[in-house]
Each structure stands twice: as C-alpha cells, then as structure tokens.
Ligand binder design. Structure first.
Ligand code: SF4
Ligand code: SF4
Ligand code: FES
Length: 578
C-alpha cells in the first residue's frame, strides 16, 4: 500500500504542522490554546481533545468515536491524562479548555489501554486468519501498539452467532463485535432506517435487528465501513482478497450525479471493492450500496475488446480509416445534416471536449445529443435521480445537457430517413425510448465507441473498444458543479482505449492537429478555453476536487456538505480519519 493510498478503515491522520513543536501560536477569539504531549495546539472552541490531538498529528486510539456520528463514549480506548484532573478522561467526549495540558501516551495511559484491549479480547475468537477485516482491523493494530500480546483468560469464551445474515448484503459475526454501536448510530442518525439495536446485557449483549426488519437500507454498506473490527462484512467482498494485497486508488463513483469520493481497490488487475473516501463537500464519509457495487458491471457484461469493422475484428488503423470513409461518404452524398451524434454524460470532461472538437468541428456533425438517464427520486442523503455522473460537465463543455427532446429529434430523423449516419459514444441506443433494431438497420452508417458488446455495438458498421469505469482517467462535474478527478484502478481489458484517444485518432483522419497526449493536457486546454473551468488543473483539483467557476450564468456552484439526516451532524464533518 503506498503513501497516498490509506486503507479505508484506518485513520488517515494529518501530518503535524511544520515547526509545531516549540512554537506557541496565539488563539483567536473563537479558539482555544492547549498543550498535547508537549505540543502547543490551537483549535476552535468546542473541539474535543481527540480531535485536537489529531489536528496536531497525534493518534489517540479509538473504536466507538467516528467523526460522522454522535459521540457514544463506550469503548474507553481513547482515555487520556489531563493535568489537574485526577481520573483519566475519554478524549472523544472531553472538550478542550484554555491552558489544558494533555498526555496521550504516557505510562499510565498505556497501562489502561492494555487493560481495555485485554477486556475487549477476552471473548474475541482467534479468527484473524479467516477474517476479512484482518489487515485493517483496529483490534489488531491497537493490540500490536498497546496490548499485552498474550491472553491470561483460560475459561470458555462466550459464544455468539457467526456468519449470520443480518441483511441483504451484510454478514454479522457476533463473536467479533466489540459493541461500539457505530453501526447502530449510523442506522439511527444517517440512514435513519433504525434497523439495528443492542439486545441483552453484560457479556451476552449482542447487536441485532428487529423481527421482520433486516438491515436493508440503501446505505447498508456504510455499517461495514464504520465497523472497526470484522463483525460486519460486505457479502460481495467476503474472501475475495486479503486487504494487504489491495491497491486503493482515490477516485469518484460514477453511479449518479453526486460523484461520491471513493477508493477503488484492485488486486491482480481486477476491482474487488469500492469504499467511500471522506469529502465534506460531497459525500461526507458515506456512499450508497448501488454505487458501491457499480464497478461489478465491468465483469458482468461481455466486453468489446477489439475494434470491429462489420462483420469481423479489425486492426485499429483499418477501423479508423473505414469509419472516416463512411462518415465522409454520408456527408458527401446526403450533406452534413444527414450526420448526427449521441454521446453519453457518463463520459469524462476530456472525452466530451474531444467529442465536441472531433465530431462537431472536424467531422461536421452539427447535432450532438446527450440522453438523460433518470431513475427514482433524489433522496435526502446522497442518491440522485440523475444516474449520469457528468451531465453538468456536458453542459459546461458545450455539448449540451441531457435532453430527451434532442435525442427524440434525432431518432425521428433516423426514422424519416433524414439522418443516415450516426456516431454513438458510450450509449446503448436500444435502451432509449423509440429505438428498435429495425430503426438502426435503416442507417447507412453506424459508428459506435463503447466498453461492452451492447446490442448497439452488434449493429455497428465500425465499433471501437473503449475503457470501462475504473480503467481510465479524467474529470467529471457533479450536480453541485464540483469538478473531480476519476482515476484508473486497473489496466483496460483487451485492446480497449480511453474514449478521448479513440476520438483523437479518428480526428487525425479529419486533420486534427492537436497532440492530446494525456487527459491532463486535454484538461489544460479545457481550462484555457472553457470559462467554467478557468483556473483549474489536475493539481488544483487535488484529491477532493474544486468548484467550477461560478460566473457561468445559471450554473452556480451548489456545493457544501450533503444534506444528512439525524441530529447533531451538520457541521460535524471533521477532516480527521475515521
Ligand atoms: S457490529 Fe461492528 S460497528 Fe456494530 S457494534 Fe459491533 S463492532 Fe461496533
Ligand atoms: S450516491 Fe451516487 S455517486 Fe454516491 S455512491 Fe451512490 S451512486 Fe455513487
Ligand atoms: S470512548 Fe472514546 S472512542 Fe470510544
């Protein structure tokens, strides 16, 4: 695991500010100055000792505290010593005070932590070799750092249900649970679905669901993320890969217009899971179950792996030459108005920019339409009705936002014989209303660029294999107007190439002179030529993106923290790890 790729379940601590030790910053009117482990720290009033320590780059170990949930204070792992306070205090619930002097790792604190570890592990099974959480489990990490390393417990452990189906996609192991209640608080405060509760007392206490109400909400996977141990596991990921083999790549989900920040986890050139990555402006710490599993389509649909010039596979150059020849043929015999294009709002900003240049400016296709894909309704947390991740980007680039009307116009013109040549990028036309195979057979020329062997690809005169989700880099603009980077987690299947490169090479048959060597170079051109992207670059976007310029009429940035349900969450999105 490299430095930029923290495992999703581990704390991601900020580095201590340079020169922090010894400096004595002055607090402002809303700030408090204190000393933690001999480091002067200045934090906002109301900050807890644990959060202040994290700000100073000091880890206070914790199980039940999560920055996106209310404070429960039940695990006691975060005990710290505060000068002039006789008993150790829990850092997660103790608010800083001016002049406070805190010690987070002296002998007294470490002795107590070792006791907490021993207590939590008394009834814990030795499951690590078969536990999916091994490698990112806090019990393991903290035992290594603070535990005794041996057990003094010789009696029979308390047994609880194992491999228990607690919901649609989540498996519960009662023996591994440390009763931190993070999962319960998630269901009460964030999803507000209230499926989970703590039943029984003492060492018989157990997490469970109410009769007839399994853990089955659109965000149930987040309970797995917040579980600090291996008690809740995500069914589709169980036993797929040991986590230390996974390469976690920061990216964004393309399942809807929200663009939740995620880690793509890959092993042996295969994506194995998606987990949320904290971004206070977009998704806080969460993502939906549908988005979490959206990468699976890459392995469920048949891939288009080589260019095709109907009826057989072809070399790239032959396919580009043929596609250009066919498009020129229609323009010559029927006029440029007989050409149209349908491009997807699932394409990146870079793909759309090159589409507009090559298809619009060079190939003379004056009509490009973007189909809408809507399903259900916006919810109050993250899920958007608009299932295209870059509809706003398409509008800003000038291709036009998704429009059923524009698509219908083109479909009607195909039916009437006015459109004879169609270029389709990233869409299966047969999913669109009014499109049938008979309609596609009316076309003289159908050129398709897509990542899978869709029914539209099967009817194409020339088809080019594109990269699927997780195989290409680029940027997308979410519904708030935030520009965010997508990264590749795996190598493309077969000969698949990014859409921008396919279009660039097709464009060279139409005298495209731009080099377009990398997506970053294309984005730089976008930033230089499209007002909404002014001042942006991959460097400026960083890991969490940046708002598009607000000056575009009617397209102002609608950023800020997502609406989250439950009490006490607004403004509780701290930059610390989970
Ligand atoms: S299942 Fe996990 S998150 Fe829930 S109480 Fe147990 S340890 Fe905590
Ligand atoms: S809310 Fe949308 S962007 Fe977020 S995880 Fe779900 S599908 Fe993906
Ligand atoms: S008591 Fe503070 S993190 Fe659990």
């Amino acid at each position: 695991m490299d430095d930029t790729s923290p495992p999703p379940h581990s704390p991601n601590l900020p580095r201590p500010p340079a020169g922090a030790a010894g400096a004595a910053p002055q607090p402002g009117p809303d700030e408090v100055a204190l000393v933690i482990d001999d480091r002067p720290v200045v934090v906002k009033k109301g900050t807890t000792v644990l959060q202040a320590a994290e700000k100073a780059g000091l880890l206070v170990p914790h199980y039940c505290y999560h920055p996106g949930l209310s404070i429960a204070g039940n695990c006691r792992m975060c005990l710290v010593e505060i000068e002039k306070v006789p008993k150790l205090q829990i850092g997660c619930a103790t608010v800083v005070a001016p002049g406070m002097v805190v010690r987070t790792g002296n002998e007294r604190v470490r002795t107590v932590r070792a006791g907490i570890q021993e207590f939590l592990l008394i009834n814990h099974p030795l499951d690590c070799p078969i536990c999916d959480q091994a490698g990112e489990c806090r019990l393991q990490s903290y035992e290594k750092d603070y535990g005794r390393g041996v057990s003094r417990f010789v009696d029979e452990k308390v047994h609880s249900p194992k491999r228990y189906d607690i919901g649609r996609s989540v498996v519960f192991d009662g023996e591994r649970c440390i009763k931190c209640t993070r999962c319960i608080r998630f269901c009460d405060e964030i999803s507000e679905s209230h499926e989970l509760a703590l039943f029984q007392r003492g060492d018989h206490a157990i997490i469970g669901t109410f009769p007839g109400k399994p853990l089955d909400n659109p965000y149930s996977g987040c309970t797995v993320d917040v579980c600090p141990v291996g008690a809740l596991t995500w069914k589709p990921f169980r036993f797929k890969s040991r986590v230390w083999f996974l390469k976690n790549v920061p990216s964004v989900c393309a399942g809807c217009a929200r663009g939740c920040n995620v880690y793509l986890a890959a092993f042996r050139n295969r994506l194995h899971r998606m987990t949320p990555r904290a971004n206070p402006d977009v998704n806080a710490y969460w993502m939906c179950d549908a988005g979490r599993q959206s990468y699976a389509a890459l392995y469920e649909r048949p891939r288009l792996e080589r260019p095709v010039v109907r009826p057989s596979a072809a070399a790239w150059d032959a396919a580009f030459d043929r596609a250009a020849e066919l498009l020129r043929g229609v323009a010559k015999s029927r006029g440029a108005g007989a050409l149209a294009g349908i491009v997807s709002a699932r394409l990146s900003v870079e793909d759309l920019h090159v589409s507009r240049k090559v298809l619009g400016d060079l190939a003379g296709i004056s009509r490009l339409a973007v189909p809408p894909h809507e399903d259900g309704a916006d919810d109050e947390l993250l899920i958007r009705r608009d299932k295209t991740p870059n509809a706003r980007g398409a509008r800003l680039i000038g291709v036009g936002g998704p429009s059923a009307g524009r698509v219908k116009e083109i479909v009607d013109d195909v039916a009437a014989g006015r459109v004879r040549g169609l270029v389709v990028v990233g869409e299966d036309l047969l999913e669109l209303p009014g499109v049938t195979t008979a309609l596609l057979d009316r076309l003289d020329v159908l050129i398709v660029i897509d990542w899978w062997k869709s029914p539209t690809v099967e009817r194409a005169h020339v088809a080019f294999p594109a990269c699927g989700y997780g195989e290409f880099e680029g940027t997308m603009v979410n519904f708030q107007g935030r520009v965010q980077r997508l990264r590749a987690g795996v190598r493309p299947a077969g000969e698949a190439d990014p859409v921008w490169r396919i279009l660039r090479d097709l464009g060279r048959r139409f005298d495209l002179t731009s080099e377009y060597a990398t997506p970053a170079a294309i984005f730089d051109e976008v930033a230089a030529t499209v007002p909404a992207f002014r001042g942006l670059s991959y460097k400026v976007l960083g890991e969490t993106g940046a708002p598009a310029a607000e000056a575009v009429a009617g397209e102002a940035y609608a950023g800020g923290a997502p609406a989250v349900g439950g009490a006490g969450l607004a403004g509780s999105i701290a930059p610390a790890g989970s």
